[in-house]
Design a protein around this ligand. Structure first.
Ligand SMILES: [Zn+2]
Length: 203
């Protein structure tokens, strides 16, 4: 079986592409400790979009991994997680942006972040910035204190070469980033790799 092409998203940038129903998307952390924000829109109706609230409701957990489905705002499965080396991802927090940099890192040079990168990458597909919802943050490590609900953003536990693999349940437009926020990525910015096509681990 021919291995699919590996695409690189350079550090602090983003990409968008189509993913047909049934296709496999592999998201790879090539160096370790790097987050990738993932968005999905129905290709034939951009008003149908990935929904954190629906997904967490149906999964009955905030920690999603192999076997969980990512649902749309219309309660339709958009993606299923079919393999996962890491087992710790976040689906609570919105993509980092100019405003989050201003909030959390007022002394650092501002950056448009995942939000700006997603908006730019998705614009040719007709997605306007105000349509960007909470992203599924691959490899993002956000532990919650069970008593107080306090969130922390810690370095990802992903190691170099770790993957999360999705199967599309409908025709999609995908947005994907190499996250730009210092705390989410252990203080350094690395690329993200992705591939569309058969993943040998699923055989
Ligand atoms: Zn980010």
């Amino acid at each position: 079986m021919q291995a699919p092409t590996i695409h690189e998203i350079p550090e602090r940038s983003g990409a968008a592409f189509r993913l047909a129903r049934g296709e496999i998307l592999t998201v790879i952390d090539p160096r370790g400790e790097q987050v990738a924000d993932l968005l999905a829109f129905a290709a034939d109706d951009l008003d149908e979009v990935i929904s954190s609230g629906r997904t967490l409701d149906y999964a009955e957990t905030i920690y999603l991994t192999t076997g969980h489905k990512l649902y749309s705002n219309r309660s339709q499965p958009m993606l299923e997680i079919v393999a996962d080396d890491v087992g710790r991802h976040d689906f609570l927090l919105t993509p980092c942006s100019y405003d989050t940099f201003h909030h959390f890192y007022p002394t650092l040079p501002p950056h448009r972040g995942c939000f700006g990168n997603l908006a730019a990458a998705l614009e040719p597909y007709g997605v306007m910035p105000d349509r960007i919802p909470t992203a599924f943050n691959c490899f993002m490590n956000v532990p919650i204190d069970a008593e107080t609900g306090k969130l922390r953003v810690l370095p990802p536990i992903s190691k170099a070469g770790d993957q999360i693999v999705f199967r599309a349940a409908m025709d999609l437009v995908i947005g994907l980033t190499a996250c730009s926020a210092p705390d989410s990525n252990g203080g350094t910015f690395k690329p993200i790799h992705y591939a569309i096509g058969p993943n040998p681990r699923l055989d």
